[in-house]
Design a binder for this molecule. Structure first.
Ligand code: IMP
Ligand code: MG
Length: 179
């Protein structure tokens, strides 16, 4: 695999992300105040860093579960076809659910996931996305909490990959192709 034909330009620093995660957690803790039935559902794999930081800032009792939906493969093109590759371990009926996603892009993934989870009759079903690219939207979906709205750029870092690489960058950067 040739990974040499691009560079990554920092877009959102680790410090800026940390401050935003803290304020999102405050808002979410206020919204769900008093709940004893919250499950934070991370969408694999891109949300793993974000969910780890977010749950540690929540002032609530939480359970954590994960769901994996199919995504791009090793390309930057979105696929409209969404499949569930790994389902939740637990039941969600009557529970408060916070879905945590890395990026809402076309919106097809989130639309599909919300439809699936809603069919299992949770009490409340809310969404927190770290990044939102509203200019790319094809499906009518919005997150209840958004970390940062970004332009139509391909980004990596803080859990987000390009061809499975760069998830370990502490900041979010945009991919700039050099050839
Ligand atoms: P959607 O179904 O088009 O909204 O796609 C959402 C998923 O596509 C995200 O969860 C990411 O996994 C992936 N994705 C969207 N934009 C980017 C990007 O800029 N970099 C890396 N992955 C992305
Ligand atoms: Mg994803």
């Amino acid at each position: 695999m040739d990974h040499s034909n691009y560079v990554i330009d920092e877009m959102i620093s680790a410090k800026t992300i940390a401050a935003r995660v803290e304020s999102l957690a405050t808002e979410i803790s206020t919204y769900f105040k008093g709940t004893d039935k919250l499950i934070v559902v991370g969408l694999l794999r891109g949300s793993f860093v974000f969910i780890a930081d977010l749950v540690r800032e929540l002032d609530l009792p939480v359970e954590v579960d994960f769901l994996e939906a199919s995504s791009y493969g090793n390309s930057t093109e979105s696929s409209r076809e969404v499949r569930i590759l790994k389902d939740l371990r637990g039941e969600i009926e009557g529970r408060d659910i916070l879905v945590v996603e890395d990026i809402i892009d076309t919106g097809h993934t989130m639309t599909h996931v919300l439809h699936l989870l809603q069919s299992r009759n949770p009490a409340r079903l809310k969404v927190c996305a770290l990044l939102d690219k509203p200019s790319r939207r094809e499906a009518d979906v919005t997150a209840d909490w958004i970390g940062f709205e970004i332009p139509d750029e391909f980004v990596v870092g803080y859990g987000i990959d390009y061809a499975q690489r760069n998830r370990n960058l502490p900041y979010i950067g945009k991919v700039r192709f050099t050839s």
